[in-house]
Every structure is written in structure tokens, then in C-alpha cells.
Design a protein around this ligand. Structure first.
Ligand SMILES: *[C@@H]1O[C@H](CO)[C@@H](O)[C@H](O)[C@H]1NC(C)=O
Ligand SMILES: *[C@@H]1O[C@H](CO)[C@@H](O)[C@H](O)[C@H]1NC(C)=O
Ligand SMILES: [Zn+2]
Length: 496
């Protein structure tokens, strides 16, 4: 905060007069407005704001306009920042959805938080195996099913409802609240990095803390998230004959690209999950006793996890091993092979060119630039040993760094208090196996503290069929955000 020590006493007094926190009244307001919250979510879910499907771009633009309208209706100072165009693989360009920012400044002397969220979604089609229409919010047994419900539309709305609740009760916001809402998160936040850099000394100049609610709990117990893995995504292309060949006519005479490719892919990771690329395991930060203890304390049901995934055996049978390999160790996943024969039937083709996609989840202290070099050199050397005449090209297409916060940071202490107030339990302190690259950008560019406060449920199925958020998480999550704004204001008080 920007106060001299001398002015602190009087300011602290002034705060306690202006800001009386009537939590019970706020809770009552939220309880009596939950039908409106569900209707707001229904309206948002109905917009097919799939950022990966360029044919849905008009819907995405409409979604950004609706977001801006909602914030304007709440009395915020709203802008829609143009972040340029996206280049499509065929060379065409397409306007990116605008990034919506909003400001609710109650007093420039107060702490300012900035809530980040996104309103684009993953694809969702009934024929992918949804039990309900993905874009028609449907309530079944207290769960609200719909694409984007949990990731990230309900959490974004819950933040708005939190601000609205204070407004409705004529209570001054305990901290100033800003929003930054984008529409390209699911495809890599195209344009956002540059926008954050450009607005570092304007929109972000008075922001003290950044809050992200774009993830979920680990179990029925509420959680705070203090780390995410990054990702290095590779493509390994092997090119051989100038066209596809018939295996009956040419099989046995040519060295097949697919055989080469499977051969080198098999050298990435052992059956027991050990990464075989030299240098990667050595770069991983050692597991401390405190961290190990934290994993032991986490509520996590291995059987339930196994059943949810429909597998008979996991890579590790021990909770600490399993959680640490989910969050704080790297792994290799092979995603697919372009150019391979993948349709049904028995075509006897020898593909001329195949391109494997695989990725390595990044953790501290790995560095994507180093990983790129390690992977490229290793695969080239493995390939060279095969003495194949085919050509191998390795490219790293994404290089996202991991993110890690200090769980004793004031933002996390405030989060624990807010969770305690609303749910009457201590939160699980968890990490995410996935990547939220923008967290790293926020931190690196603005230098501000960042907290991840999820309200999504552990079984919400973000990115898969039958995504949902429970009414409970949506409504109680709104209360959590209300309580958190209050707790963040207390950080200042205890500091002055
Ligand atoms: C909007 O901006 C104006 C001018 O800077 C400022 O006086 C006002 O307090 C702002 N309103 C909100 C809600 O932030
Ligand atoms: C959504 O589903 C409900 C219930 O099944 C149905 O009545 C309604 O017509 C559907 N709405 C749309 C827009 O498809
Ligand atoms: Zn998300």
C-alpha cells in the first residue's frame, strides 16, 4: 500500500468506521439470490463461446460483449481492449475477442485486487457423449450441467455476484476490485501477454494482488492452489518416401517412417513412469519434508480416484507418491500421430510422413528453453542410432513455465481465513497438474502477488463431457469471494 507510516493510524481508524463487514447480511443476500445466479449462468452457458472453433467466433465476440454489459450494468468503468488478430493455419486472419477490463474503485487509498477469468470454453457436442445439451444448462440433483459451467463461467459470475452483494447492501467494497476477462484461454490466451505488458503501467499500476479462480478443488474439501505445472509441447516429424505406399507391394523394401517414429517415442519414458531424457529428472527441485507432510495431510481418496478414471491400477499406490507425481514431478504424455492411418478398417498403407505430438509437463526448476534442447538432442541421437535414411524434425510448439507460490504469503493466509469463515474447515493446500500460463505472465510482468482460489468441484469434468458445477459450489463460492475481499482488506490493517 502507498501510505507513509505517519498516516497509518488515522487511516486505520477511518477504515474501521467506513467498513463494517455485515457478513450475515451478505450471506442472506446470496442465499435469496441464488435463482438469479443460476439464471445468469444459464444465459452465459447458452453462448457457444468455443475459442478453438473459428466458425464460432461471432458467439465469442457476443460473449465478450455480454461480459462487458454485465460489468457496466454493475456500474464499473469498463473497456474492451483490442488485442489484434489471430493468424489461421491457412494464412487467413481473424479478429481476436476483445479483452474486457472493469474497475470498481471505491477509494484509491485502499488495496486493489484484480480478478482474472475467461469466458471462452472448450468444444462441447452432444454426440461426444454428453447426457444433456452442452449449451443448455440443466440441473440434476443439485448439479448444473453445461459446457463452461465450471471452467470458467460460474467462477467469473460468482466474483461479479460478490461485488453486487456489497453494492446491494450499500456496503462499501472492502478493497477496490478490477476485472480482466479474456476469451482465448482455452487456446493459449492469444494476445493477452502483450496486452498485460502494454498495460503494466496503466491498468495494473495500482493493482496490489491478482486473483485467479480457474481451477478446482481436489476433494469435497475446499482448497487453495499454490502451484501449476507448465508444459513443453513437441512435434516429432519423420519423413520418408515421397508418397504413401502399399505394404503388400513395397513392405520389406523401405524403412518405414512409422516404425522409426514408434521406436523413438518408446525411448521417452519407461513403463514405470521414469523419464529417460537425460537431464530432465536432475533439474527437478527436491521434495522437502514440509511439502511431503502437506501431501500427507491432504484429503484424497485413492480408490475413488481410480474408480473415477476407470482404471484397475495407478502408477503409484501411495498417496504422497501419487500426488507428488501429479503436481510436482514432470511427466511425458504422447498425444497422437498425425498422418497415421487412424480410421476404422484395414487399410494396408505405409504412411510416408508421420508427425507425433507429445508433451512434457514442466515443474520447478525446469526451464523450457533447456528442455527444448535436451529433447531435441536426445531424439536426434536415438534416431541416429537407427541409421535410418528418413528425416526427423523435432519442434517445440509450446513452452509454458510452471508457477509456484509461497503458501505462507499474506494472500494465502487471508484465503485460509475466508475458507474457515464460509466452510468452517481448513483448506487443502494443493497444486494443479495442468497449466495456467497467464499466472506466470502476471507475476513476471506486474511483479504482484498472485493467489489461486478455486470454487470448482473436484468432479466437475472441466474439458470433458458432462461438465458441471454444483449449485452448492457456485453459491458458497460466491460467499467465499465476499469473505475473501474482506480478509484481503485486513492484510492492510495488520500491516499498518
Ligand atoms: C470511474 O472512473 C472515474 C474517473 O476516473 C472515477 O471517478 C470513478 O470513481 C470510477 N468509477 C468506478 C466504479 O471505478
Ligand atoms: C433446454 O432444456 C430444457 C429441458 O430439457 C428444454 O425444455 C428447453 O427447451 C431446452 N432449451 C433449449 C434452448 O434447447
Ligand atoms: Zn479455465
Amino acid at each position: 500500500m502507498k501510505l507513509s507510516p505517519l498516516s497509518c493510524v488515522s487511516v486505520a481508524l477511518a477504515f474501521s468506521i467506513v467498513h463494517t463487514f455485515r457478513y450475515e447480511d451478505l450471506v442472506e443476500h446470496v442465499n435469496s439470490h441464488q435463482e438469479q445466479y443460476v439464471e445468469a449462468l444459464r444465459e452465459w452457458v447458452a453462448v457457444e463461446s468455443d475459442s478453438s472453433d473459428v466458425s464460432k467466433r461471432a458467439e465469442l465476440h457476443r460473449m465478450m460483449a455480454m461480459t462487458a454489459d454485465k460489468l457496466r450494468a454493475m456500474g464499473g468503468n469498463v473497456t474492451m481492449a483490442d488485442v489484434g488478430e489471430q493468424e489461421l493455419p491457412d494464412g487467413r486472419t481473424l479478429a481476436l475477442p476483445k479483452v474486457v477490463t472493469a474497475e470498481f474503485i471505491s477509494d484509491p487509498q485502499k488495496t486493489t485486487v484484480c480478478v482474472y477469468g475467461h469466458v471462452d470454453v472448450q468444444p462441447g457436442k452432444l454426440e461426444d457423449g454428453w447426457a444433456t445439451e452442452p449449451y443448455n444448462l440443466t440441473e440434476i440433483n443439485g448439479n448444473l450441467y453445461g459446457r463452461g459451467a465450471s471452467d470458467n463461467k460460474a467462477p467469473v459470475l460468482a466474483w461479479m455476484h460478490a461485488v453486487e452483494a456489497y453494492q446491494a447492501l450499500n456496503m462499501e467494497l472492502p478493497v477496490n476490485v478490477k476485472f480482466i476477462i479474456e476469451g482465448m484461454e482455452e487456446t493459449g490466451s492469444n494476445g493477452l501477454d502483450a496486452m498485460i505488458v502494454a498495460q503494466r503501467d496503466t491498468f495494473f499500476s495500482d493493482v496490489d494482488y491478482i486473483i485467479i479462480s480457474d481451477c478446482g478443488w481436489l476433494s469435497p474439501r475446499p482448497a487453495l492452489t499454490y502451484g501449476t505445472r507448465g508444459n513443453c509441447y513437441f512435434s516429432a516429424e519423420i519423413e520418408g518416401p515421397k508418397q504413401d505406399l502399399h505394404s503388400g507391394v513395397y513392405g520389406g523394401t523401405v524403412i518405414e517412417p512409422m516404425t522409426d517414429l514408434i521406436g523413438i517415442l518408446d525411448t521417452l519414458i519407461s513403463p514405470s513412469g521414469k523419464i529417460l531424457i537425460p537431464g530432465i529428472r536432475e533439474a527437478v527441485a527436491p521434495l522437502s519434508e514440509e511439502e511431503k507432510k502437506r501431501y500427507q495431510d491432504i484429503e484424497f481418496d485413492m480408490e475413488n480416484y481410480k474408480n473415477k478414471l476407470g482404471v484397475s491400477q495407478l502408477m503409484y499406490n501411495d498417496k504422497v507418491e501419487l500426488l507428488s507425481h501429479r503436481w510436482r514431478y514432470p511427466t511425458v504424455s504422447i498425444h497422437g500421430i498425425e498422418g497415421a492411418f487412424s480410421a476404422s478398417g484395414t487399410k494396408t498403407v505405409i504412411p510416408a510422413k508421420v508427425n507425433a505430438k507429445f508433451s512434457i509437463r514442466q515443474v520447478p526448476d525446469m526451464d523450457p528453453a533447456v528442455v527444448k534442447k535436451q529433447v531435441t538432442e536426445y531424439l536426434q541421437s536415438v534416431f541416429a542410432r537407427r541409421k535410418s535414411p528418413n528425416k526427423l524434425k523435432v519442434t517445440m510448439v509450446i513452452g509454458a513455465k510452471p508457477w509456484l507460490a509461497n503458501t505462507h504469503h499474506v494472500l494465502y493466509e487471508a484465503g485460509k481465513k475466508a475458507v474457515k469463515r464460509v466452510f468452517n474447515v481448513e483448506p487443502d493446500m494443493i497444486r494443479e497438474g495442468g497449466t495456467i500460463p497467464i499466472a506466470r505472465t502476471f507475476q513476471d510482468v506486474t511483479g504482484k502477488g498472485l493467489v489461486m482460489m478455486p470454487i470448482g468441484g473436484f468432479d466437475d469434468g472441466m474439458h470433458s463431457q458432462n461438465e458441471k458445477i454444483s449449485r452448492y459450489n457456485y453459491v458458497e463460492g460466491t460467499k467465499l469471494f465476499i469473505a475473501y475481499l474482506h480478509e484481503v482488506a485486513q492484510i492492510q490493517r495488520s500491516r499498518v
